[in-house]
Design a protein around this ligand. Sequence first.
Ligand SMILES: Nc1ncnc2c1ncn2[C@@H]1O[C@H](COP(=O)(O)OP(=O)(O)OP(=O)(O)O)[C@@H](O)[C@H]1O
Length: 567
Amino acid sequence: MTPVQASTIPLFCSNKDVVVEAVTGSGKTISFLIPIIEIILRAGSVSRGHVAGIIVAPTRELASQIYSVLNSVLEFQPTESTTFKAQLLIGGFGTVATDVQKFLAESPQIVVGTPGRLLDFVGSPHVHSSSLEVLIFDEADRLLDLGFDQTISGILRILPKQRRTGLFSATVTSAVGELVRVGLRNPVKIVVKVGDGEYEQKVPTTLSISYSVLSPESKIPSLIHKINTLKYRKAIVYFPTCASVVYFYLVLTSILPKLQSSKSADAQLFSLHGKLPQGPRTKTLNNFINTTKKSVLLTTDVAARGLDIPEVDVVIQIDPPYEANLFLHRAGRAARAGRYGEGYLFLTTGREESYVDLMQVKKVRMKEADETGLSELMTEFYRTFRNWILDSRENHDMAVKAYVSYVRFYTKHTMTSIFRMSEFDFVGLGLAYGLLRLPSMPELKSAHNIPEKGWLVEGIDMDTYKYKDPQKEQGRQEELNNRAPKAGAKHGPPTATSKAWSEQSERKERRDLRREKKRNKRETEAATVENGNSSSDGEELEEDWKTLIADRKKKRKPNISEIAFDL
Ligand SMILES: Nc1ncnc2c1ncn2[C@@H]1O[C@H](COP(=O)(O)OP(=O)(O)OP(=O)(O)O)[C@@H](O)[C@H]1O
């Protein structure tokens, strides 16, 4: 057994409710699966239509993983009594009605699922929970982050109070206090510490974490440098938003093969984010898990927690996450179960440098990474990137969408003393995203050092900047023709030798600006709507946060005794 298993299994099996905090990759899953099976077996047979054990996880991916680990344990049942079964309950595949039908037909004792689907399931008149023995909340703090507190309260209202309950996470925050108060009875908190006695740390001892302080424009070249030069079987790269994942997946898959410096690095790229439909989402994750090739997964926080992907040696965070604990969960996808792993964090020059000190207070030590050899790659990368952007207007539209989503993400940082909008480098980020011109978004109005009319590149004629998609291009042409004819209009692809904006007529200037504003407004709105729908990536959760924090402040602290295991 691992330390967390050695400390949790006996206590949980001896009728104690538990709150368990142990570093990522330390084996928490088994530490709740063994007790759940043990307790249910001890209680005796479970009647048809009754559920005896429930496991709640924040994402479909994590629920599926727990279900598969549970099945791999259940394979070891004695052959004469292979009656112990589990069922997976997640959205995206089938309806609750089909889940209930399957449950009645197969009589599983344990169900594993995400909160919404579980609430519908236990709320069904055909499902009886009076025989419930054990309830588990995995990644309990994340369940609350995602604004699932109402759903979880709903589940708790339906379930009987007489049961064992366990809460598990690598970061049990004070936020779970309310859940502990209403969901657990006289719980014991088990904290498994790691370190050498003198220095306790919150990450596995086999995880080495480095940081780099970079200008926004240096981040993608540095990422490419790492993809090309680090030793790994699998790597995970965290981007802040779904739109950035979509965009940089396209940028990197198009550009990497063209870079001379990437020729020897043949890493296969994958992209996973919360806005992919469930089918492709599962398929991408499985493909990444099963591939035998050297591979890199570009993703969001949808893959930050709990996922146990073998052979992940490197985790790169392009930016710090909006909340400090997520940093530990992301980095913890590497260095699992005693395996060696490396984490890299990119910080933007300026105030963000103090993130290193903040993480030190949170018991995470980092050393500065070596970034030599970047400048040559930067020149090669930006030349290729600019050509790619100019190749089709669709690319620029996507860049704008990703840029807008990034700016919106930045406002969600909980540590506002470090991540200040007033010091945000809009121009640097624009260059990093390959923008020719900054979009007109409200956040830019009060920003300093914005170039005239937002142009980041001189001499681009947007009128001749074409879409590859013929239909889209036709629409754009029609829009152009509907405007008053302009004197001396240029034709052909946009080039850096086109007439500079500053030299063009006043009228054209005003007209183009109006048109751009309209277009940017549409893009900004589209990006905002897209982010607003992303409940699974924690991008637009400010309101949930505010409500949750306000709610929690009102409530009293739970009664909890703590046992710290220094193992
Ligand atoms: N007793 C054990 N001996 C060896 N390996 C183990 C043992 N228990 C679990 N593992 C392996 O350790 C890895 C991490 O386990 P698990 O996913 O349960 O970690 P975790 O603590 O839940 O991490 P996270 O906080 O990231 O969710 C898995 O690959 C698992 O198979």
